[in-house]
Design a protein around this ligand. Structure first.
Ligand code: CA2
Length: 161
């Protein structure tokens, strides 16, 4: 036994990486192709470009994942624990249904920004509840794709203090 201090190697010994994971959930690959009145005309590629440019302006980088499969999103979130400092997530419809996604986000112990392109509180009742909001550091809804920009700026600001 070395008798040394034990604990979280990442938190205690490793410098925080300047990388964010940007997660987009089910059906967000369809952005810009349908329902422009609700979600605007920007595509997922536009969202990813905006995220990369916003992060780069502060000297950070982003990794993206979009999937229509809950398990793929959960795997990406778990992996982020190793080399990301925070997570920006638009969980899509899983926002309103998924305890498993919430548990994954909660389990990685990173700051989480929940983003919705539309103002979910002006929409159907079933969109008013989020399983993610209760564990999120911040929540942005109704700012269009600029919500991703604001979320990234705020997370970087929090992590730079
Ligand atoms: O406003 C948001 O960003 C949402 O997270 C989008 C989800 C919806 O279930 C949430 O209540 C609010 C839906 C994503 C589906 O996106 C589409 C985009 C274009 C066409 C069809 C679906």
């Amino acid at each position: 036994m070395s008798g040394g201090v034990t604990g979280s190697v990442r938190a205690v010994d490793a410098p925080r990486t300047r990388r964010l994971l940007v997660v987009n959930g089910p059906n967000l690959n369809l952005l810009g192709t349908r329902e422009p009145a609700v979600y605007g005309s920007d595509t997922l590629a536009d969202v990813e470009r905006l995220a990369a440019e916003t992060a780069a302006a502060a000297g950070w980088e982003v990794r993206y994942v979009q999937s229509n499969h809950e398990g793929v999103l959960i795997d990406a979130i778990q992996e982020a624990r190793l080399d990301c400092a925070a997570i920006v997530i638009n969980p899509g419809g899983l926002t309103h249904t998924s305890v498993a996604l919430r548990d994954a986000l909660s389990g990685v112990d990173l700051p989480v920004a929940e983003v919705h392109i539309s103002n979910v509180h002006r929409r159907e009742e079933f969109r008013h509840h989020s399983y993610v909001s209760g564990i999120a550091t911040l929540v942005i809804a109704g700012a269009g794709i600029n919500g991703y920009r604001y979320a990234i700026q705020q997370l970087i600001s929090l992590l730079s203090d």
